[in-house]
Design a protein around this ligand. Structure first.
Ligand SMILES: NC(=O)c1ccc[n+]([C@@H]2O[C@H](COP(=O)([O-])OP(=O)(O)OC[C@H]3O[C@@H](n4cnc5c(N)ncnc54)[C@H](O)[C@@H]3O)[C@@H](O)[C@H]2O)c1
Length: 396
């Protein structure tokens, strides 16, 4: 018998007209034809939410005034119509309340980073997921690049030997001056109530931290941090440097800046083993360098040669036809769609199996931000990487 496969139905919170990342998410979600957008609450302003949904050709009755209305109305629709997962692309302070309500009403969640506004919220989210049967994914975008997966594979299979040093940098220049603070994106990122206790570390440091752990396969164990606000009048950091010690004793440096003039989205990673090293840069994302002291440096190119299965699966075009950021994002969507299909079929569906960053990465990301801010305020040199929140953890 021929069984018609259906697209997975997505509802979006945030991403209205004038927003940045919502449109990127929609492109990524649609790239493989696995997912369709069926509804949304796109703005805190009900009128703008409806207009944004109509501009995306959604029927008016599925463009909602608020995320609360969306979740309650979608829940009442027949199962084959209602959204299956909610993607959250709002400012940070809304990630937890939207995720919580969606999970409690039976919807899976794909959230943008940072997972929540505090470690306490991330731990509460973890507790909530332990009680409910919903899936949770986190769009740590850069894990989606094919050659990041290849670098991870080379390290996991011992090609580099024991890892001794990890250097990760994420620098941008778009918040370098007072004048840069007027955009919608800047104004909430610099407001603690909407952003959390950090701007730069919360916004991009968390990507760098995640990438270092994802590729090296190591967890951060201790850190020493120095964060700064370089522009007068700013209360949150726009630049910072963190020294790292990993679980195996390897050392590391993490550099994040939003005041590095001209630096675009300059994300770079170097991992050194005691045999070989790898080097990757987002600005040349289809090249991975494999180096040693004894052999000629190897330039590994996306699509050429015998790459690992995860890297091959993450590519859509033949070698040399550029792929990049949108496709890396789409790889998280594609894997999340497969994970939902596995769940619907009653099969094993954990995040690790499907290579989807999940609640463990969510908690580690929020812990990274809080540990860095606390370490930077202290005169002690090294601080254990703590997964405990100072706030009281409320029971969910
Ligand atoms: N993964 C990545 O690479 C990446 C890149 C950029 C941003 N982000 C994350 O995505 C999120 C959004 O960032 P952005 O730059 O797109 O911000 P933005 O300000 O451009 O967009 C936020 C959107 O959320 C909407 N919104 C606000 N309150 C809402 C509410 N109550 N209900 C519904 N919608 C509401 C706004 O109207 C706007 O449309 C942030 O958490 C950010 O950290 C991730």
């Amino acid at each position: 018998m021929f069984i018609t496969m259906k697209k997975i139905r997505m509802g979006m919170v945030g991403g209205g007209q004038g927003a940045f990342i919502g449109a990127v998410h929609r492109i990524a979600a649609f790239l493989d034809g696995e997912i369709e957008l069926v509804c949304g609450a796109f703005s805190s302003n009900p009128q703008r939410s409806i207009e944004s949904g109509k501009a995306l050709y959604l029927p008016e009755h599925r463009c909602y005034d608020s995320y609360q209305e969306m979740i309650l109305c979608e829940e009442k629709l027949p199962e084959e119509m209602r959204m299956e997962f909610v993607v959250i692309v709002t400012p940070n302070h809304l990630h937890f309340p939207v995720a919580k309500m969606a999970i409690e009403h039976g919807f899976h969640v794909l959230s943008d980073k940072p997972a929540t506004i505090s470690l306490d919220e991330a731990l509460r989210l973890k507790q909530l997921l332990e009680k409910h049967d919903q899936l949770y994914g986190l769009t740590q975008t850069y894990t989606g690049y094919p050659l990041i997966k290849q670098a991870r594979h080379l390290i996991a299979t011992g090609e580099l030997g024991n890892i001794v040093k990890v250097v990760v940098e994420y620098s941008q220049g778009w918040l370098a001056s007072k004048e840069d603070e007027t955009s919608k994106q800047a104004s909430w990122r610099l407001d603690e109530k909407q952003s959390g206790i950090s701007c730069c570390m919360g916004d991009i440091g968390v990507h760098a931290a995640n990438l270092a752990e994802y590729v090296s396969g190591l967890n951060m164990a201790e850190l020493c941090a120095d964060i700064t606000s370089t522009v007068a009048g700013r209360t949150l950091d726009d630049d910072g440097t963190v020294l790292l010690k990993f679980s195996n004793g390897a050392k590391g440096v993490l550099l994040a800046s939003q005041v590095a003039l001209g630096d675009e989205n300059n994300l770079k990673l170097r991992v050194y083993g005691d045999r070989k090293s790898v080097e990757w840069s987002q600005l040349e994302s289809n090249t991975l360098w494999l180096k040693s002291n004894t052999e000629a440096t190897q330039m590994i190119r996306a699509g050429v040669g015998d790459l690992c299965a995860a890297a091959k699966q993450a590519m859509r075009t033949p070698a040399g036809h550029p792929e990049g950021y949108l496709e890396a994002f789409a790889n998280i969507y594609s894997n999340f769609a497969k994970q939902i299909r596995a769940k619907n079929a009653g099969e094993v569906c954990d995040n690790q199996l499907f290579d989807v960053p999940g609640i463990e990465q969510a908690v580690r990301g929020m812990a990274f931000i809080e540990n860095v801010v606390q370490a930077s305020a202290s005169n002690e040199k090294w601080h254990p990487f703590s997964l405990k929140s100072d706030s009281n953890m409320g029971e969910e």
